[in-house]
Design a binder for this molecule. Structure first.
Ligand code: F0G
Length: 459
């Protein structure tokens, strides 16, 4: 029998009560929020699938760790525990804590990028690309074409197309490429992994061209689990071993520990190069805090060190990815068009396929996320043209091939019954799709417009 059960390797010790709302209340709430799910009050949300960032449930051990916080300004015991854990689990020799992932991106971009540089990556992430641009760089997408095709079932849609890298070097020269940024389990591609064999090829390419390889390791454990399940020769390796191997292939890393590592806040910049570490230490005191806390409380660093160890447990990861796959399978049974294969942290609805009557310039994914909230209080997030923003030189909208709504699953938070509610709500919204109207901006922020932009319905 093909075993599909994925029961959690934990039990529930404490619960957080939720408010149930009526449809009328939700209609009013989304209107007040300018049809932007980021602007809803979380009180008015029933099942919150906005993000998997900072919303995981910490374990009893992590909470116990919080009580062991050493809140000294300098040289906190918890920093040394974190630094040692990063060495042991992720292989990086030096760790600079930051308040979250984008703090690390800012420091790294400022140190390495010069005006006119190009930074290739396996698809962009919003904050990562913006920090590269603010430092004077231009992001170049070098992910394989399959990643932009929601119907492709390629097992490693996070892979890099080396021909695209070669073409970039021919066009601009390797001296204009300070580093390559490789994300594990690529968020914007739908939570899709990169294979070890592809990463090894990228490593060889970087050595050949003497270009640094930086790892956005926000969801590295989820990527490692997919390698274990899908890549030849890795079936008998543990997630922990695979995580270590992935990190060892790269030179430095930015981490948002609010995802894989299951803490509510925190991140770091890690590296093996002593000189890069020195420069990062100089900058971290400007933007974050002293290099032994970087914007994190001692207790948060302790919870993070413990969370890293829990994140690479095979049973944890099987349940984590199992729950996401359960949601994907059930949606498919109802004929919902979603990105395949199922992602690590989320299921992505193909909004353009669901709202065929709404052109991309009227933000179908934004409209679909708002409609889903009104239907049942399920909060999701747009990942399409609104998130993609505008080209910094031409001012034109980027029109990505993927116009998606992300149903992001927080770690260790919701039950299978919650997933069933989500499935029923999405199916209902699909049935009523024709009544959903497109949107237009009434307020458009200049940067990262998806966070605070406001919309109205087109009549
Ligand atoms: N890199 C990736 C791949 C991310 O998914 C995120 C955040 C960051 C960097 C930035 O980290 O939020 O700690 O500053 N992603 C969140 C999300 C916001 O909802 O996908 P941060």
């Amino acid at each position: 029998m093909d075993k599909q059960s994925w029961a959690e390797p934990y039990k529930i010790k404490m619960v957080e009560l939720l408010k149930m709302t009526t449809r009328e209340e939700r209609e009013k709430a989304i209107e007040e929020a300018g049809f932007n799910t980021f602007l809803l009050r979380s009180e008015d949300v029933y099942i919150d699938l906005l993000t998997d960032s900072g919303v995981g449930a910490m374990s009893d051990r992590q909470w116990a760790g919080m009580m062991m916080g050493d809140e000294s300004y300098a040289g906190s015991r918890n920093f040394y525990h974190l630094e040692q854990t990063v060495k042991d689990y992720y292989s990086y020799q030096f760790t600079v804590p930051t308040h979250q992932g984008r703090g690390a991106e800012n420091i790294l971009s400022q140190i390495l990028i010069k005006d006119g540089d190009f930074v290739p990556g396996n698809m962009y992430f919003t904050t990562t690309r913006l920090h590269q641009e603010l430092a004077g760089g231009t992001f170049v997408d070098v992910i394989i074409d399959e990643a932009h095709d929601s119907a492709s079932t390629h097992p490693f849609k996070g892979n890099v197309d080396l021909d695209k890298l070669n073409r970039l070097v021919e066009e601009v020269g390797s001296e204009k490429i300070p580093y390559i940024c490789i994300a594990t389990c690529v968020n914007m591609a739908g939570g899709q992994p990169i294979s070890i064999s592809n990463l090894k090829e990228v490593r060889r390419w970087c050595d050949q061209h003497q270009i640094m390889l930086v790892h956005d390791m926000t969801r590295v454990a989820e990527n490692a689990y997919f390698i274990q399940q899908r890549e030849e020769g890795y079936q008998n390796k543990s997630v922990k071993e695979i995580v270590y191997e992935i990190c060892s292939l790269t030179d430095a890393a930015t981490m948002s520990s609010k995802k894989d590592a299951m803490v509510n806040i925190g991140g770091f910049l890690a590296m093996n190069d002593a000189e890069l570490y020195e420069r990062a230490c100089e900058l971290v005191v400007v933007y974050e805090g002293l290099h032994t806390y970087g914007g994190m409380a001692g207790r948060d660093m302790e919870a993070l060190a413990i969370g890293i160890k829990e994140s690479v447990d095979d049973a944890h990861m099987a349940a984590r990815i199992g729950q996401v796959a359960y949601l994907g399978r059930e949606l498919e049974k109802h004929g919902v068009p979603i990105v395949k294969p199922y992602g690590g942290h989320a299921i992505f609805l193909d909004a353009q396929a669901i709202l065929k009557h709404v052109p991309q310039e009227n933000f179908p994914a934004q409209a679909l996320a708002a409609a889903l909230y009104v239907e049942s209080g399920v909060r999701s997030m747009e990942r399409g043209v609104v998130s993609a923003g505008r080209n910094k030189d031409t001012g034109e909208n980027y029109y990505p091939k993927l116009e998606l709504v992300r149903l992001t699953i927080p770690r260790r938070v919701y039950t299978q019954a919650h997933m069933d509610v989500v499935v029923e709500s999405v199916a209902q919204v699909m049935e009523d799709a024709e009544s959903i109207k497109g949107l237009e901006f009434i307020y458009e922020p200049k940067m990262l417009r998806f966070f605070q932009g406001r919309f109205k319905q087109i009549s």
